[in-house]
Design a protein around this ligand. Structure first.
Ligand SMILES: Cc1cc2nc3c(=O)[nH]c(=O)nc-3n(C[C@H](O)[C@H](O)[C@H](O)COP(=O)(O)OP(=O)(O)OC[C@H]3O[C@@H](n4cnc5c(N)ncnc54)[C@H](O)[C@@H]3O)c2cc1C
Length: 437
């Protein structure tokens, strides 16, 4: 296998898998390096019954290449369950099944090299030079182009950082930790989908029977994911085009306004939770067992055997809203944030960013190292929420985005990524406005 590549990929999660699937059988030499020995998709949050928040048709390939052998439908057919799947009439599938589909696709792609951590990347002026620690030792890879999709890092509130331990941890690893919460007071911090799933599993005694569960959310209530039709139009290539025309400041504002289109709790999960609380309080007469605290932000924490959490109740205003709770276990469901992998540290200074530190990516999700006048491309997937909009960290447009990357690499339209235009007239072109005036 050659160590000179047209494209090297860092990470083989769903975003780079989509690129690998679309590059299959194409002439460009490529390899994707994945640190894990076996494919897994967020195994630490693979909680019983967890459902996908996007359609299975938004898989690795279908939106741009529906006849690809890596589609979700091909997976169903190969696994001999197409008809049973249809008869189950599911709008979305479990995360477990989607993870199994991704693992199946990864196994079909020769370009995925597991057990291979990219330790560092340097620029030798002509190639990206990767130091890869793989199953048979170290490998030096020279790649003309690089595609980075190495995931995000857990968001830990400042005040919790010094206290991280077996009893105070981010939820990203909860299914692997399997904490014993029997007889403990548990505080769950964060009112998004992960917080909701953790609370359901705590109350379902998945990790033992807790003495008490307190669920703290900064939001004004346990707010739903907006997955209605017009909102879904924000997750289209056309909308990305429009979003790209906005000023950086306006993009930030728009992404903040649209938060619940990507970060709310699935309506089915909310209903399940409410019914669970109803049974607990009214039928099992255990009103002490669960406390719901929306509007509260965790602002400080200390530890003296157990944990003391200071909350700010924003409903009461900033001056007199201080409240305290105690807990034996604190589970931080505080989300993930964009981050570049440490292996890119040698290039860090040369990756173009704006004054606010945001990556400057073009329409093909690419940038160039500063001072590089060659035609090498450096792609970043999943890190452009403020450059490409709220769909960027999600699966919704990952096949379309992968096609943008593949077309850009080839310098031609390998995949016809043009859409016919959707129903919404997001902005009126300048020429039409002048005509009316
Ligand atoms: C629990 C959970 C559920 C989600 N559900 C949905 C959903 O239903 N719908 C939706 O649209 N989005 C969902 N998302 C958001 C998003 O789709 C996923 O986070 C998705 O996994 C992002 O893909 P990725 O390939 O960028 O990153 P990841 O899946 O995190 O994969 C990155 C990979 O890179 C590897 N890696 C990192 N550094 C290196 C290195 N130096 N060398 C080699 N390999 C490296 C890692 O081992 C990892 O396998 C969910 C996110 C989470 C956390």
């Amino acid at each position: 296998m050659s160590n000179f590549l047209d494209l090297a990929g860092i990470g083989a999660g769903p975003f780079n898998l989509a690129v690998a699937a679309l590059l299959r059988d194409k002439s460009l030499s490529h390899r994707f390096f994945e640190a894990k020995a076996e494919f897994s998709w967020h195994p630490g949050l693979m909680l019983p019954g967890a459902m996908m928040q996007t359609s299975y048709l938004k898989d690795l390939v279908t939106p741009v290449d529906p006849t690809s052998p890596c589609s979700f439908l091909a997976y169903l057919v190969e696994n001999k369950r197409f008809y049973d799947f249809l008869h189950a009439e599911q709008r979305t599938v479990t995360r477990r099944e989607f993870a199994d589909y991704l693992a199946w696709a990864a196994r079909r792609l020769d370009s995925i090299q597991m057990s291979s951590r990219v330790q560092s990347v340097v620029d030798n002026g002509e190639y990206f030079e990767l130091d890869v620690h793989g199953p048979s030792g170290r490998e030096r890879i020279l790649a003309k182009n690089l595609c980075v999709a190495a995931g995000k890092k857990p968001n830990i509130p400042e005040c919790s950082r010094p206290l991280l331990s077996d009893n105070c941890f981010h939820a990203l690893e909860i299914a692997l930790r399997n904490p014993d919460v029997s007889g403990k007071r548990v505080a769950v911090i964060g009112g998004g989908q992960t917080g909701a799933e953790v609370v359901i599993n705590l109350l379902g005694k998945h990790w033992g029977r807790p003495q008490q569960v307190t669920w703290v959310s900064r939001r004004s209530n346990y707010l739903p994911l907006d997955e209605t039709p017009f909102t879904n139009d924000w997750f289209t290539p056309e909308y990305v085009d429009v979003f790209r025309q906005l000023s950086p400041r306006r993009r930030e504002e728009v992404v903040a306004e649209q938060k619940l289109a990507s970060d709310g709790i699935s309506p089915d999960t909310l209903k399940e939770l409410y019914q669970l609380f109803y049974r607990l309080v009214h039928l099992e007469k255990d009103s002490e067992g669960v406390t719901l605290m929306p509007n509260r932000e965790l602002v400080d924490m200390s530890s003296r055997g157990d944990y003391q959490l200071q909350l700010q109740n924003h409903l009461l205003g900033d001056t007199d809203g201080a409240e305290w709770i105690n807990a034996d276990i604190v589970i931080l469901c505080t989300g993930l944030s964009e981050a570049l992998p440490p292996c890119l540290a040698p290039l860090q200074e040369r990756i173009p960013r704006d004054g606010e530190g945001r990556l400057l990516l073009d329409d093909s999700f690419a940038t160039k190292l500063s001072g590089d006048d060659s035609d090498r491309r450096l792609y970043f997937l999943g890190t452009g929420r403020t450059s490409h909009g709220i769909a960027e960290p999600q699966l919704s447009l990952s096949a379309w985005r992968a096609a943008q990357v593949v077309n850009d690499l080839h310098g031609s339209t390998v995949y016809d990524n043009q859409q016919s235009g959707n129903l919404m007239k997001w902005i009126t072109p300048q020429a039409q406005q002048i005509a009316v005036a």
